[in-house]
Write a protein of this length. Sequence first.
Length: 472
Amino acid sequence: MARLIITGMTAEPGDGAGDEVAGRLSLRGRADAVLINRDFARLWYGQAVSTLGDYVFDTTLVLWVATVLAPGRAWAPAAVSGVMLAVGASVLVVGPLAGVFVDRWDRKRVMLRTELVRAALTGLLAVLSFLPTSALPTGVWLAVIYALVFAVNAAGQFFSPARFAVLGEVVPGEADRARAAGVGQATTATASILGPPLAAPLLFTAGLQWALLLNALSYLFSWWSIRGVRTAGQGHAAGDEGQAARLWQEFAAGLRFFAGNRFLVALLGIAVIAQCGTGALNSLNVFFVTDNLHTSSRLFGFVATAFGVGAIGGSLVAGRVVKRIGARATTWGALLVTGLLVLAYARQTEFLAGVILLTGVALPVAMLNTAMTPLLLEATPQEYLGRMIAVFNPVNELASMLSVVAAGWLASSALRDFHARVAGLAVGSIDTIFSAAGCCVLLAGLYAAVALPRGGTAQPASEPEAAAVTAG
């Protein structure tokens, strides 16, 4: 949940048509006010459909593994966790270096090719899913799913920085870029609301294969939309050995800078501690809904919808909160509130109460994401920003993966049949793990309150490091 998301966007002004009739000008003006220009609109069309397909895809796979492939099995939580681990592994393994290579290639071509790759991989899984589950051993099914999920998300590690760069080309000006970023975040939040509720009925009425085919078609639609985007076609051919060596030198300089910046290290420590808790919620929530909230898995999608609604609400008020109390106080305060709400969520036994509390959890999480962005930007010189993200996000993802592994192992083995009474309250395996997750988030909030300085966060790069950047 508590993940840092940094977006940036760009495009040329739209092509005006001064000789159009007044009514048509009015309609176009209203469209441009939201989608800025033709090229950004095409990118947005593709993003909207593809992101919706991704949420349907992710939710469908989790539900299929939990309820069809491994129903009632002791190792079902670990199997579901494996899907999350495949996603995280792609970020951890491919993410740190993907941006370096994208900077050397034509960005639009990278986007087009990765969309075709993702459509082909998803389509392959859709074809396989037409087989009855008994046609392949369960272990083979899981291996195929994990491998294809990893590959799809690995391609996404190239697509995302390429899209970021293309947006930077087609949307000029600070105001328009901020507006484009807002449109993108609102689109993702809306997809998180619409996608999961679509996944469950699609899976249980039409079947897994149709949900997968829908996602494959969404990638093809995105490919079609991107084809019409006008770019300068800038990029670099594969570099020689000297260029490659400079890339590695600059990457190493970024690692040294990060390690020497106490404020960045503190922010990363805060994020890692919090992620140790939130990873468990992401991987085991489907079992919490069915076992603790006593609700059919068909309603699982509405839990994700509740979080999306809360995230939108938190995003709307986050700017005002940060402006009023500052990014530092918002960071530790949001973490403390999130931890308390997760502890309350872990004790719920009714679906409606759980949904309301999870919506509440999303509010401070959205504020946390908003607050950490200016803190990271303040602590990082512009020339190190990309490499800072190349360290921050993979380490954060690794913490989430370890949390997923630990949660899946505890739920499947050590705490599989755990039941007890503590202070008169009945406790079980999943709610115990969620309570521990809430404590991790609380610990992150306490650490943030102590570790984040009240002023003067940024630390300039040392002269040798700056020289290394300049030489590259």
